[in-house]
Design a protein around this ligand. Structure first.
Ligand SMILES: Nc1ncnc2c1ncn2[C@@H]1O[C@H](COP(=O)(O)OP(=O)(O)OP(=O)(O)O)[C@@H](O)[C@H]1O
Ligand SMILES: [Mg+2]
Length: 245
């Protein structure tokens, strides 16, 4: 396993945001984390990134215990987070934002890696010297992913990357995640777009009130639609219907 999380607890004072979560991501695998608002998805990712200190549990990446390590050490190990709301630096240029993604690198290939990102995202290339604030939401998401790629990650974690994007950009985003995965990058994807997330991912976990309440292959969870919906805050549970086929 590339990532092995066991018994992870995250608390904010008396709020227990994540409760004993067990989760794995295999080498080069795409795994989705689903759950309603407040289920603990962001808290889980922030604990994996090192932004919050877990109250309990263990995080092992490629056989190395990262639980007590700093965020920077985790980035060096190849764990990158594309946070909720992208959090690009709007007062910096597109190019400067990309350079930030490589701040821990000491090799000479950063410029050629940035060129590869410009080849992939012509919109970013055209705006390389403009402030990132001029970018559309979709372009900002591409910039955030491009920045993460410059850390040469082995695992990219994304927190609701499709939020606020037009349907066209959502399609492009999911295509991009598939491409990155084919290049060997494992992906841990937090999404509210359940259908697309399950189509992309091999496996998924459903969080409810901080606990993993369902897990399985995407095919299994898609078949279990009523059960999945019950935990995803989609309103009233689906009415009972005769099973089709
Ligand atoms: N910094 C914080 N301080 C106190 N409580 C917090 C903090 N961040 C999150 N929480 C609480 O922890 C719980 C889990 O929140 P979290 O943001 O992890 O959920 P989420 O699944 O990402 O939700 P959303 O879908 O709305 O992004 C919620 O009850 C939330 O109110
Ligand atoms: Mg969240």
């Amino acid at each position: 396993m590339l990532l092995e999380v066991s018994g992870l607890d995250v608390s904010y004072g008396r709020t227990r945001a994540v409760k004993g979560a067990d989760l794995t991501v295999g080498q080069g695998e795409i795994v989705a984390v689903l759950g309603a608002n407040g289920a603990g998805k962001t808290s889980l990712l922030r604990a994996l990134q090192g932004a919050v200190k877990p109250a309990g549990g263990r995080i092992v990446f490629d056989g190395v215990d990262l639980t007590a390590q700093s965020s920077a050490a985790r980035v060096r190990s190849g764990v990158m987070l594309v946070p909720e709301g992208r959090q690009i630096f709007v007062s910096m240029t597109v190019h400067e934002n990309l350079l930030m993604g490589a701040y821990l690198r000491r090799d000479g290939a950063v410029e050629s890696d940035i060129d590869a990102i410009y080849d992939r995202f012509p919109n970013l290339a055209q705006r390389r010297d403009m402030k990132a604030s001029v970018l559309s939401g979709g372009e900002q998401q591409m910039l955030a992913i491009g920045r993460a790629m410059l850390g040469r990650p082995r695992l990219v974690m994304l927190d609701e990357p499709s939020l606020g994007l037009s349907p066209l950009f959502v399609e492009r985003l999911f295509d991009l995640l598939g491409e990155l995965n084919r290049e060997g990058i494992a992906i841990l994807l937090v999404e509210q777009n359940t259908t697309m997330a399950l189509e992309l991912a091999a496996r998924a976990y459903v969080l409810d009130l901080g606990a993993v309440v369902l897990e399985g292959t995407s095919a299994e969870l898609m078949r279990d639609e009523a059960l999945t919906e019950a935990y995803l805050g989609g309103g009233a549970p689906a009415p009972a219907q005769p099973a089709a086929g």
